[in-house]
Design a protein around this ligand. Sequence first.
Ligand SMILES: Cc1cc2nc3c(=O)[nH]c(=O)nc-3n(C[C@H](O)[C@H](O)[C@H](O)COP(=O)(O)OP(=O)(O)OC[C@H]3O[C@@H](n4cnc5c(N)ncnc54)[C@H](O)[C@@H]3O)c2cc1C
Ligand code: FES
Length: 314
Amino acid sequence: MDDFEITNPMYTNRIKKILEENYRIKSIEIEHDMIEAEPGQFLMVWIPGLGERPMSIANNRPLTISVANVGTVSGELHKLKQGEQISYRGPLGRPFDLGLQYKTELKCKTTQCVSTENSKFENKCDCCCGIDEASKQESGHPKLGTGNPKHILTIGGGYGVVPMYFLCKTAREHGIDAYAIIGGRCEKDVVYEKHLFVVCKEVFVTTDDGSRGKKGTVMAEFEWLIKEKKFDWVYTCGPEKMMKAIAEKCVELKIPCQVSLERHMKCGTGVCGSCAINGMLTCKDGPVFDAEQVLKFSEFGKVSRDGCGNRKEM
Ligand SMILES: Cc1cc2nc3c(=O)[nH]c(=O)nc-3n(C[C@H](O)[C@H](O)[C@H](O)COP(=O)(O)OP(=O)(O)OC[C@H]3O[C@@H](n4cnc5c(N)ncnc54)[C@H](O)[C@@H]3O)c2cc1C
Ligand code: FES
């Protein structure tokens, strides 16, 4: 058994803090700095005797998840108290692309640049953090993965704002300006507004009934904002019909966009097949997919499946 390697270990750690985000969402901070975790990745959180559920990583330092109380496992997670233990595997899945790997390797080619590698990350050097001409597409937007966005837009609906916070926080740490649109049915459904204010340039709120922010869906802000300001890349997580509308608009305007999908997951590591969507595995190939790719999935925005694989119309 010498060459046996555990690639997906289960961690058990104490809960550092519990925060009530609203009437149905609690954040659980864990005594663990998961420095390798990237925005868009998730944990498989385990309640012994009941099972595991995927939860987006809301922050990696300290490791944090935000749980909506909607059923069996989420209900038990809501009963946990500070100081108690929680078990989980991760980080899992394909993260959002902020191009940071490329950025680390990027060497400034302009003669007037006096920056050091580190100053780029403090956003002092505009020529390093700016648009690299070579990576521009015909549309004027840099390609996803090329590591030089200056302005990004994130759109989150419901608990879809959770991974958006981690993304905006990471963007800020790397000198990228993040803007956020968050939506809910009414004021009490809006979460993470204050957290996002700390890490974003601007935060726009919408509610269906107008009780907070602009009245309407997130599309009410998205439609004008995407034309008004120049965003290099767009990211979204939330109800699938919302993500479909955003993905379609971005493809039409030729703005690179990524969406984070939610499907029923059992193993979280590409073994069981329960999270399949049009031949792709959401847990391994996703949960983050590029807009062009996901728009080709016939089930996107239309069909999900329950734990037994039965189709459920959205
Ligand atoms: C990649 C990924 C990331 C996720 N991130 C988060 C996260 O950050 N926070 C979070 O709270 N959840 C998240 N989820 C959803 C989560 O994994 C569970 O589906 C959810 O907690 C329900 O599990 P349960 O055992 O409590 O409910 P179950 O007992 O399995 O279901 C009980 C009832 O709730 C309904 N239900 C199940 N899931 C949902 C849902 N998501 N919304 C509304 N009703 C539902 C079911 O249809 C059923 O009627 C994520 C899912 C995926 C795939
Ligand atoms: S959850 Fe098992 S393959 Fe994705």
